[in-house]
Design a protein around this ligand. Structure first.
Ligand code: ZN
Length: 703
């Protein structure tokens, strides 16, 4: 479906930030890929290939779209909808590679390419969705949809495509369309500036300590990592800490030096809010205002109303109702957690009030006192490859999948691992990449993306998916020991990957994880449930040196402490969800001062000052540099589904019940976006999801 290599000329003569002019024959991004399974030839792709390839791919996409829009034949499902689904194959292929590498292993050149391309890509997307002839053809087919004898999947493709056009402004008049283009272009530029500022602010900060007393009871592995970081940053001795999560979290949990904890905490919380060249305050205020204006153009009262009308939750009111339902019990539990820590802190002779930078430190002390659970004792049982094999084992028991290492396949970084994924009968299912460790070239967080989506319109196309993490890299040749939370994250992203891999649909646009924002986290979060079950822990949590299975006593402690600190975790998450909803519920396009706006919303919900939102506005990449605007609530929404769905396995008495696993695969995970999320869920569960299992799992059931 990707066509052959063609000699190109359209990029010649253009000035590009990546020097040099690359012809199609020399540009591996535009050539045929003669690699095993057709994976991208990462070993051949250089920085200077991206910009000309992206521009050429856009140009070809434009020509394909013109051919569909300008044809004189009567619009049909085949010559319009299927043709659209086929179009842009080269552009999808090249941009998937660029986005993956720019996210996981960027550099100054790629960031510059991204900056240059952002407005061009936004304009390209608008050229398609605001093309009047194209929309008229889609609408003509849509208007006669009931008489066309379409299959349910074809009907869904038609409805989804028509809806996308309308939501992108296709039905607007010319003046409104022109304004829409301006807004989209400006939003694209603001959003990528926001992301680059967050990365710059995160990389800029360093805390260098030379006194071991300041390390407290930090595990040996983490001490070694901090020593390595110090060397990397040009120090002869000592230990360096950064505001990347794998570095700052253990420091805040371990260091008895309250002033250093405060410095780290403040540095983390103030990213993008330092009134320097990386400040994000005016950028995000402008983005919220532009989104409000765009929603109005499209006939919605707010951006949140616009976004949610295309989600399982449907309206902002339902989201707020849902958040409120969990907020009150979560805040009560967090206040109790605070009281416990305040008492401990004062009993230890530290006077005054507990602060934000004390929370993690005393949480670990209470955890140890109450459950006698020392993270340093746990970590030897969570070596990253052992955890990965645990996830693979769960996928094997549920769906019969097997994973074969293919170290010879091209990668974008030597740390990356590649696996061929096979069905129970040994047939090829797809390819899975895993990129585990944090580095300055990688953006924060963990995510999955598709390098190639499954489809079967003209021929069977097997999926190629990547997963990315920010685990602490091993020191030297040492083992990569991760935390139990990291193990859940590994399962989470592999859950997204499996959702992409199990897809069995005809049309690429409906494939795999291309589902509603508040449904997509179901496929990932459901996988986390198995990882903490004692039966499963004993299968994968093995000591990295002795191979001994995790002792029962540790499993018991892990189980007993599962609900510990859930007040804090739920409150910081909900605070960020409310903040997201507030920014996207502006009734008019007004730019609000970011700090005051954020504070007002936190005051409204009654957030206690010892907790800050999981993301403050100025580094809230999910909503200002990702696809989660008015959508951060989706993780907890999907947790209602995943906890309820996991109950379906527990009710059978078998965590790997074959019939339930088959239903999960057939009703949901293989179906992509070919049906409504709620309909798929009801088919799997026999009823709508219930919230009880979520509240129970988080220990929030008290009155
Ligand atoms: Zn996810």
């Amino acid at each position: 479906m990707l066509g052959g290599a063609v000699a190109l000329s359209s990029c010649a003569g253009e000035t590009t930030p990546a020097a040099g002019v690359i012809s199609g024959n020399d540009n591996p991004l535009l050539a045929d890929w003669h690699t095993t399974f057709g994976v991208p030839p990462f070993d051949l792709i250089r920085n200077e290939h991206y910009l000309p390839a992206m521009r050429e791919a856009m140009a070809r996409h434009k020509a394909e779209i013109a051919a569909i829009a300008d044809q004189t034949d009567t619009p049909t499902f085949a010559n319009t909808l299927e043709a659209l689904d086929r179009s842009g194959a080269l552009y999808s292929r090249v941009s998937a590679v660029f986005n993956a590498v720019n996210g996981a292993h960027t550099n100054d050149t790629l960031q510059e390419v991204d900056r240059v391309l952002a407005p061009e890509q936004a304009a390209h997307a608008d050229d398609i969705s605001l093309n009047p002839g194209l929309y008229q053809r889609v609408k003509a087919v849509y208007d006669q949809r009931d008489g066309l004898g379409l299959t349910p999947e074809q009907l869904r493709l038609l409805e989804e495509t028509h809806k996308d056009f309308v939501r992108r402004g296709a039905a607007l008049d010319a003046a409104a369309k022109a304004r829409m283009r301006e807004i989209n272009g400006e939003l694209a530029e603001l959003s990528q500036a926001f992301g680059q500022h967050v990365l710059a602010e995160t990389n800029a900060y360093e805390l260098h300590v030379t006194d071991t007393a300041n390390l407290g009871n930090l595990g040996d592995n983490l001490v070694a990592l901090a020593a390595e970081e110090a060397k990397k940053r040009g120090h002869d001795a000592g230990w360096s800490f950064t505001v990347q999560r794998p570095s700052i979290d253990p420091f805040l949990e371990s260091s008895p030096n309250r002033d250093l904890r405060r410095q780290m905490f403040v540095a983390y919380a103030m990213r993008g809010d330092n009134d320097n060249e990386n400040d994000n305050k005016t950028i995000l205020s402008r983005m919220a205002a532009l989104r409000a204006e765009r929603a109005k153009l499209l006939g919605y009262p707010t951006h949140a109303a616009f976004v949610l009308s295309d989600n399982m939750a449907e309206t902002p009111e339902r989201v707020m109702e849902f958040l409120d339902r969990v907020w009150a019990p979560a805040l009560r539990v967090a206040q109790q957690e605070r009281a416990d820590m305040q008492q401990l802190m004062n009993a230890e002779g530290v006077e005054g009030k507990l602060e934000g930078w004390d929370w993690r430190y005393y949480t670990e002390k209470v955890r140890k006192a109450r459950y006698d659970l020392d993270p340093a004792l746990l970590s030897p049982y969570f070596e990253v490859n052992a955890v990965r094999d645990g996830v693979f084992m769960v996928a094997n028991r549920l769906y019969g999948l097997t994973f074969e290492a293919r170290p010879g396949l091209p990668r974008w970084h030597p740390d990356q691992q590649v696996f061929e994924v096979k069905e129970a009968d040994g047939s090829h299912l797809g390819v899975l990449y895993l990129d585990f460790f944090a580095r300055p070239s990688k953006r924060g967080g963990a995510w999955m993306s598709s390098l190639r989506r499954q489809s079967s319109l003209d021929s069977a196309v097997a999926p190629v998916v990547t997963t990315n993490f920010n685990f602490a890299a091993p020191a030297g040749d040492g083992p990569a020991l991760i935390t139990f939370d990291d193990a859940l994250t590994l399962a989470h992203e592999c859950g997204h990957a499996i959702h992409g891999l199990l897809s069995k649909v005809t049309y690429e646009s409906l494939s795999g994880t291309a589902v509603a924002r508040d449904f997509v986290e179901f496929g990932s979060q459901i996988m986390e449930n198995w990882m903490s079950e004692p039966e499963v822990l004993r299968m994968y949590a093995k000591h990295h040196e002795t191979g001994d299975v995790i002792p029962d006593a540790l499993v018991d402690k892990l189980q007993a402490s599962a609900k510990f600190n859930q007040g804090f975790a739920t409150v910081e998450y909900l605070a960020a969800s409310y903040l997201d909803m507030a920014w996207h519920s502006l009734p008019s396009p007004v730019e609000h001062p970011a700090r005051a706006f954020e504070q007002a919303e936190m005051d409204r919900i009654g957030l206690i000052p010892e907790i800050i939102p999981r993301y403050r506005s100025t580094y809230y990449s999910h909503i200002f540099d990702g696809g989660y605007s008015a959508g951060y609530y989706a993780y907890l929404w999907a947790e209602v589904l995943d906890k309820d769905a996991f109950q379906a396995f527990k009710e059978t008495g078998n965590l790997f019940d074959p019939a339930t696993a088959r239903r999960l695969r057939e009703s949901i995970l293989s179906k992509g976006n070919t049906r409504l999320g709620m309909d798929m869920y009801k088919e799997f569960r026999g009823r709508e999801p219930a919230i009880d299992a979520l509240l129970e799992a988080r220990g929030l059931t008290g009155k």
